[in-house]
Ligand binder design. Structure first.
Ligand SMILES: Cc1ncc(COP(=O)(O)O)c(C=O)c1O
Length: 362
């Protein structure tokens, strides 16, 4: 693989972050960009100032959506180290998504190194208030200027960095969810298990309708039988029944979340009975009526854990754990964020160090 070229911003100046960062509104000084074509493979890796792209209006992904992305985070720890959470898993998923969308895969070790270099260059942009982090957005897209439906022969990989605010600035608050079977997000054997923009586009209308009715997110059901719960908004879902914690098994329409994988590992190690299986909405309702649903929560990079306080399906309204976050959800949130911010020991080696004890780790 070619060496990374550096075209760093001159007079970058002191970084002044806004008081409220929000999500994906602020970008650091630099981005990574690399090209692919059939003759050269992936080539021309450059770290350069964030800039507008110049694309021909026929650029393939704009028309046919051949594009994928990832989302992961870097943190400034309590010891002033800089770490990424499970970067290797996110890079693995980037390549799995790429494969499904006929996009050429990238060398995982090279991309991990790029992330370390890029974050080191823009390290002053990592926010340090409670719950804040640096969101990392790698994405790939077909860039040939051709209006034919076929896999592109040219691609770009770009990585952006965005300092983001705390997901729970006012504390860990449960959300109100609408179980949805007017629309589906994805279907088995489709693209649900890859992080493709089209899946998010497919979710927008249902999300808007739910929001208009006062709900925060949609609980997606499987597209074939329309009865098995799959994901909540852009998170994986877990249901704490009386004798078991269950999460939908990965049937192909569900994104295999890195937080989901981490939660399963923790619950196993804590001695909980954890099952990956089909969970029908009727089972949730029946067990709720028997008083056996002790908690429901979503898992994802953005929120880590999001407690579901209220769930509606058709004309059935359920209040979960009196609308309070469950103790297991809180314990998981505390454990994972504890590891991310260096308050707890990283016994699973989930962290990739970018800066350790003041020294860059390259
Ligand atoms: C559709 C969807 N499901 C689940 C997740 C959670 O995945 P992860 O824990 O890897 O962030 C995300 C977010 O990335 C998502 O977009």
């Amino acid at each position: 693989m070619e060496k990374i070229k550096y075209q760093l911003k001159e007079n970058a100046g002191k970084v002044i972050l806004p008081e409220n960062l929000g999500f994906g509104l602020v970008f650091t000084d630099h981005m990574f960009e690399m090209d692919y074509d059939i003759k050269n493979g992936w080539h021309n890796p450059v770290i350069k100032p964030v800039h507008n792209l110049s694309l021909h209006p026929a650029t393939m992904f704009i028309h046919y959506g051949q594009s994928i992305f990832e989302g992961l985070k870097a943190f400034k720890t309590v010891d002033d180290d800089i770490v990424m959470f499970r970067a290797d898993e996110h890079i693995k998923r980037l390549n799995k998504s790429a494969k499904r969308m006929c996009i050429p895969e990238v060398d995982p070790e090279f991309v991990l190194n790029v992330l370390k270099e890029l974050i080191t260059i823009d390290k002053d942009w990592i926010p340090t208030k409670e719950g804040e982090s640096l969101y990392i957005r790698p994405f790939m897209f077909g860039s040939d200027p051709i209006l034919g439906v076929k896999p592109a022969s040219q691609y770009k990989l770009i990585i952006l960095l965005s300092p983001v605010g705390a997901y729970y600035p006012e504390g860990f608050k449960p959300v109100k969810i609408l179980a949805q079977n007017d629309y589906v997000r994805t279907v088995r054997k489709g693209m649900g298990e890859c992080k493709a923009p089209a899946n998010y586009a497919a979710s927008l209308l249902a999300g808007e309708e739910a929001r208009k009715r006062g709900y925060t997110q949609v609980l997606w059901m499987d597209a074939i039988e329309q009865k098995y719960i799959e994901e909540v908004g852009t998170m994986n879902i877990f249901v704490r029944f009386k004798d078991e914690v269950a999460t939908p098994k990965l049937t192909g329409s569900i994104l295999p979340g890195v937080t989901r994988k981490s939660v399963i590992k923790l619950l196993n190690d804590w001695g909980e009975k954890i099952s990956e299986r089909l969970i029908s909405i009727n089972e949730v309702i029946d067990e709720y009526n028997k008083g056996n649903v002790l908690g429901i929560f979503g898992t994802g990079t953005a929120a880590v854990i999001s407690s579901v306080g209220w769930l509606t399906y058709k004309d059935i309204d359920m209040t979960i754990n009196n609308g309070e976050p469950g103790d297991l959800a809180l314990k998981l949130f505390d454990e994972i964020t504890g590891i991310q911010y260096g308050r707890k020991e990283d016994i699973y080696n989930w962290l990739t160090y970018v800066v350790k004890q003041g020294a860059e780790v390259l």
